[in-house]
Design a protein around this ligand. Structure first.
Ligand SMILES: O=C[C@H](O)[C@H](O)[C@H](O)COP(=O)(O)O
Length: 230
């Protein structure tokens, strides 16, 4: 069987075939998006011209090292394509994202992209979202009360830590990882979460991904399409 890392690379490199000369491109975050950024870097060095924005400080640093031209947001009125990873993908291409803590910037960038392509290995494909704890970005102020409100929605929120310190996002916020179990109605939960003051956003991406490029351990790459395009 192929190693997981190779599957991520396979999916990422297939997705980068959708990047065309002259495009404005959003760069995702995480260990799968890493391979996409590396491949985009290669294509830029081969002569492809693009303008890019990144969804995290880590991806921005990697893109700069790769020589990918990063432009300030005010210079662009949107993006043609964003390539990003996910923690779970269901058959409607609804997603859980944010395992790497970048969900807010990722959602902003995805929202302003004409196309969002998700890259993942087959282990991320699920029938029902929710086995992966849903990351919820919350502001530090009164976060104890915000956690209480999350709990009332039926989960046991866990404040994310990193080396025994509270994990802080690129935006200066905390992440509450929320185990809801199977999420029967992701759109409803999304609304309920956004209703809570102190919640900035959450890792549910609904109706945003246009296709998912999935690498299987048998060595094939399959493309899942969302039936209705935005
Ligand atoms: O916050 C991080 C992002 O949403 C990632 O794209 C997601 O967690 C998947 O990451 P990975 O490709 O490392 O599994």
């Amino acid at each position: 069987m192929m190693r997981k890392m190779n599957l991520k690379k396979m999916a990422a490199e297939k997705a980068v075939e959708y990047v065309e000369d002259g495009m404005r491109v959003g760069l995702g975050t995480g260990s799968t998006a890493y391979w996409a950024i590396k491949r985009i870097g290669e294509r830029v060095r081969e002569g492809m011209t693009i303008q890019a924005v990144a969804t995290s400080k880590a991806s921005e640093k990697l893109a700069a090292e790769e020589g990918i031209p990063l432009v300030p947001f005010h210079q662009l009125d949107g993006l043609d394509l964003t390539i990003d990873g996910a923690d779970e993908v269901n058959p409607e291409l609804s997603l859980i994202k944010g395992g790497g803590g970048a969900l807010l910037r990722e959602k902003i960038v995805a929202y302003h992209s004409k196309q969002l392509i998700i890259i993942a290995d087959e282990h991320k494909v699920v029938n029902t979202l929710g086995a992966f704890p849903l990351p919820v970005e919350i502001i530090p102020f009164a976060h104890e009360w915000t956690l209480g409100s999350l709990e009332k929605l039926g989960c046991s929120p866990q404040l994310r830590t990193d080396n025994d310190q509270l994990y802080v996002t690129d935006n200066g916020n905390y992440i509450a990882d929320c185990r809801f179990g199977e999420i029967a109605d992701p759109a409803k939960l999304h609304q309920q979460l956004l209703y809570i003051p102190g919640v900035v956003d959450n890792g549910l991406f609904i109706g945003m991904a246009d296709r998912a490029v999935i690498a299987d351990s048998d060595g094939t790459v399959k493309i899942m399409e969302r039936p209705l395009n935005r």
